[in-house]
Design a protein around this ligand. Structure first.
Ligand code: MG
Length: 261
């Protein structure tokens, strides 16, 4: 199922995105009670057309976003790095999260802001030391992410907290797909409609199960925690006024305008 968080001008709600049986396009949302990360999914009986809602970030992590660097060999090479022998983790504050169509604000501290299209894993239950073979049991679902990076600050700072952590630097959406085989998903990024990244999750050095196992060997993972699984080759700059789309097969497309204030 596809779990969306949305508003029609009132308090945010969760719902299950339903497809038109003729076109198979996502077209309306069946509202559910509460937060599906914490309560069983039960419909309220209300229905709303997808085009009449504003989609919000499908999850606001209460605890943490775990980023993974250099998890695609071609991307590591394009930045001039060796391949990692174990996952390279960093943390992103939850205040960086925004939803579909929300503007990414390029801050004055950077003159080299990059997009990074990524598959995001949403954790569904509290866990620690999860074996890779059991990773699926702790995953709630998957969404698209843009791991926006101030590349100049990433080079100048020993830690990536600033380069990755500015407000609005972690767009998530458009919804969470709970039933997905992530072994070979096409992942594409477009800037103003031009394809700039065109990869497959099959090229990850460490797959989703490996990353859940590795992260949970360090941190207790909590419901709503998000793991960004790394970006394929083709990263590059984005300027104010441009629009970046991240599309992943089986999930959908996350689009955000970039602005300067
Ligand atoms: Mg990244």
């Amino acid at each position: 199922m596809r779990v969306a968080r949305y508003t029609t001008g009132q308090e945010p709600s969760y719902g299950i995105v339903q497809s038109d049986p003729d076109t198979m396009q996502s077209s309306w949302i069946a509202q559910i009670h509460g937060d599906p990360l914490y309560t069983p999914v039960a419909g309220t009986g209300n229905r709303v057309e997808l085009e009449e809602v504003r989609l919000l970030a499908p999850v606001i992590p209460r605890s943490k976003i775990i980023g993974i660097g250099r998890n695609y060999a071609e991307h590591a090479r394009e930045l001039g790095h060796e391949l990692p022998s174990e996952p390279l983790m960093f943390l992103v504050p939850n205040t960086a999260v925004i939803g579909p169509d929300d503007p990414v604000v390029i801050p004055p501290q950077t003159s080299e802001c990059h997009y990074e299209g990524e598959l995001a894993v949403v954790i569904g239950r509290m866990c620690k030391d999860v074996p890779a073979q059991q990773a699926a049991s702790v995953i709630f679902g998957y969404t698209c992410a843009n791991d926006v990076t101030a590349r100049d600050l990433q080079r100048s700072d020993a830690q990536w907290a600033r380069a990755k952590g500015f407000d609005t630097f972690c767009p998530l959406g458009p919804w969470i797909e709970t039933d997905l085989d992530t072994t070979d998903l096409g992942i594409r990024t477009r800037v103003d409609g031009r394809t700039v990244q065109d990869g497959s999750t099959s090229a990850m050095i460490f797959d989703v199960a490996d990353l859940v196992a590795y992260a949970s060997s360090v941190f207790t993972l909590l419901p709503g925690d998000v793991i960004l699984t790394g970006t394929p080759a083709g990263v590059g700059p984005v300027e104010a006024g441009q629009r970046v789309e991240v599309e992943i097969d089986g999930i959908g497309t996350l689009a955000n305008p970039f602005v300067r204030r």
